[in-house]
Design a protein around this ligand. Sequence first.
Ligand code: NAP
Length: 357
Amino acid sequence: MNAQRIIHPPLRRRGRFQDKVVVITGASAGVGRATARAFARERAKVVLIARGQAGLEAARREIELGGGTAISIALDVADAKALDNAADRIERELGSIDVWVNNAMVTVFAPVDEIGADEFKRVTEVTYLGSVYGAMAALRRMRTRDRGTIVQVSSALAYRSIPLQSAYCGAKHALAGFVDALRCELAHERSNIHVTAVQMPALNTPQFGWARNKMPHRPQPVPPIFQPEVAADAILFAASHRRRTVPVGASTWMAEWGQRFIPGLLDKYLGRTAWGGQQTLEPDDHQRPDNLFSPVDADPGAHGDFDERARGSSSALWVEKHRRTLGFGVLAASALGTGLWFGTRNRRAGLAPPHAH
Ligand SMILES: NC(=O)c1ccc[n+]([C@@H]2O[C@H](COP(=O)([O-])OP(=O)(O)OC[C@H]3O[C@@H](n4cnc5c(N)ncnc54)[C@H](OP(=O)(O)O)[C@@H]3O)[C@@H](O)[C@H]2O)c1
């Protein structure tokens, strides 16, 4: 894992999330850590949730040193009661929860027949149920005020599974089903609470250094790899716009559409490429601690070991964020082009414009 030193930009004078209460699960590392920094920069009051004290304290300290406001709460998201108690404490200490980001996850890298029943259960309890419990705790408070936003951190793997991550892919697929059902119920109630999902591509996070791995080599994200700050940017966008989903990166878009049209071909292609593609050439140390049942007592920060290969921006995300402006631009350009074409044609044919008569 990579304890990188990052120079963080200063707080904005007037932030997009000024004084909003934002809860982030899995905020001590990876995407959650980058997202916590980004919300703090926008002057939100950030609540950091994770299990490991070292990462949580470091995350809180760096936000406070930068002039931001944060509290940290150590809990396991698989414990529904602990999450609900935390939500009570947050509202008592900071005020109404405005945004709840479900981000915590664990995974196991191994083929199905090498994953134990207890491991399947644990990945499901953290990655699926942890988000369901988070949504329940948030909704219980947001419903009384009829406002608030729940951001579900999703994945390309919520639509298209890959080998060696069956437990995680299953949990992410289950979450997509849960989120759709919840959206329908909120629509039925004509609720103003907004639920949005951000579909992530491969990201350079500590996940690949501390996840349980039964493969011979160290795990790696399947390229193209993006930095967690790209994910954080998309999460802040999703939290401030009423989009149903925000796909990040062309690879996510391709996974979703590929699964709709050529799922069988993808089974074969991924069976051939994503086995080796998820492992580096470096042998893994199978004695190292992993984060499946308890936290690794370390502060890895937001980035993993793949800085040299990771991209710091995504043009597909830029297009997604600006698609309305781009849509208007294309319409305006088409209208202008059509007008010019008719004008030229009429002049050539010697026709006077209608208002001249
Ligand atoms: N990295 C990728 O390539 C990728 C791709 C697509 C989607 N995503 C999504 O991005 C999100 C973040 O992933 P990441 O790669 O940033 O993961 P990560 O680097 O492994 O960080 C996971 C975070 O979750 C916390 N966590 C784990 N188990 C927990 C539990 N039981 N209770 C509370 N907190 C727990 C961890 O802290 P503690 O261990 O201290 O609790 C840590 O803060 C996930 O939803 C993942 O599905 C990631």
